[in-house]
Design a binder for this molecule. Structure first.
Ligand code: ZN
Length: 150
């Protein structure tokens, strides 16, 4: 598993250095700010909707490599998805980063499976899920999300 772990680490580092969709959307139909006080990660997620579908998504903010890479890969995964599909993906993602899902069953997650290693570091789980909590808040029309309300 060592090789796979190195690869995962590489993907996370690459996304944290060059995050995708790192921009404010104007005008945004929904936006929310998320904060993880344990690590100091803070991001704003912007959404443009088309009915129930995420037409475009962007984020800005600052945080550790895991939180930034997670936000970057989340935006890549969610473009064109419906709210229900986003909810489902977050549920799966949460199971993987908290170690509730076995490694053999990650096909639906695609690239997001690189975060499975986070389950070995419980303090980093909130870094990995911050962007997703913020997304959920934005989809629900809330302005703020904190990992501490979990
Ligand atoms: Zn963090």
């Amino acid at each position: 598993m060592a090789d796979l772990r190195d690869l995962y680490q590489e993907v996370i580092l690459e996304h944290s250095k060059a995050p995708r969709n790192y921009r404010e959307l104007k005008p945004a139909d929904h936006k929310a700010e998320g904060y993880n006080p344990l690590c100091g990660d803070r991001f704003t997620v912007y959404l443009q909707m088309e009915g129930d579908k995420i037409r475009d998504i962007g984020f800005q903010g600052s945080g550790c490599a895991i939180s930034k890479a997670s936000a970057s890969m989340m935006t890549q995964s969610l473009k064109g998805k419906t709210k229900a599909e986003a909810d489902k993906l977050f549920e799966r993602f949460h199971q993987v980063v908290t170690g509730q899902e076995s490694n053999g069953n990650q096909t639906e997650l695609g690239k997001l499976a690189v975060f499975s290693g986070v389950s070995e570091f419980p303090t980093r789980v909130k870094c990995a899920t911050l962007a997703w909590h913020t997304l959920e808040a934005a989809l629900e029309g809330k302005q703020e999300a904190s990992t501490e309300t979990e």
